[in-house]
Design a protein around this ligand. Structure first.
Ligand code: FES
Length: 155
């Protein structure tokens, strides 16, 4: 009868037709470390429902723009790309909200998105959602986290 050495625990020999007793090694998924947050602007630059701070990114290695704005006191960030046609949405540079300041509104065909979630709320954007940019503020400064898909334009 042939015997083999257990490749996992290397504790002993076993016959090939016998199960090998040994320690159970849990499989732990490896989570990539979160990157360092990158500064964007001072918190005071984002007025409530005011203009957004627009910045350049690489999205899937292609040049794109993203923005952060303040809505209901929270800083939210999205890729500046409509779901209907992949084009920038602002009316004027940094102006994303509709006249009632209730929605992010695409200036091309009027798709509207919920500012706090990025979900399409009407128009030709379907059931989709804007691409979220993970942004936050701390100690008077607004930051964003690059992701696997969206990276700083100037690294
Ligand atoms: S491109 Fe935005 S609604 Fe058509």
């Amino acid at each position: 009868m042939s015997r083999i050495r257990c490749r996992i625990c290397t504790l002993g020999l076993s016959r090939m037709d016998e199960p090998v007793a040994g320690p159970i090694i849990p499989i732990v998924p490896v989570t990539p470390a979160k990157p360092e947050p990158l500064p964007l602007c001072a918190s005071t630059e984002l007025g409530e429902k005011g203009n957004a701070f627009v910045f350049d990114v690489l999205h899937y290695r292609e040049s794109a723009r993203a923005f952060v704005l303040r809505f209901d006191g929270r800083v939210v960030g999205y890729l500046n790309r409509c779901l209907h046609v992949p084009t920038e949405m602002d009316w004027q540079y940094g102006e994303f909200l509709d006249s009632g300041k209730e929605f992010i509104m695409c200036s091309i065909h009027g798709a509207v998105y919920e500012p706090l979630t990025g979900r399409c709320a009407g128009g030709p954007c379907g059931r989709g959602k804007l691409t979220v940019i993970d942004a936050f503020e701390r100690d008077g400064q607004v930051y964003w986290y690059p992701s696997r898909d969206t990276k700083p334009a100037f690294a």
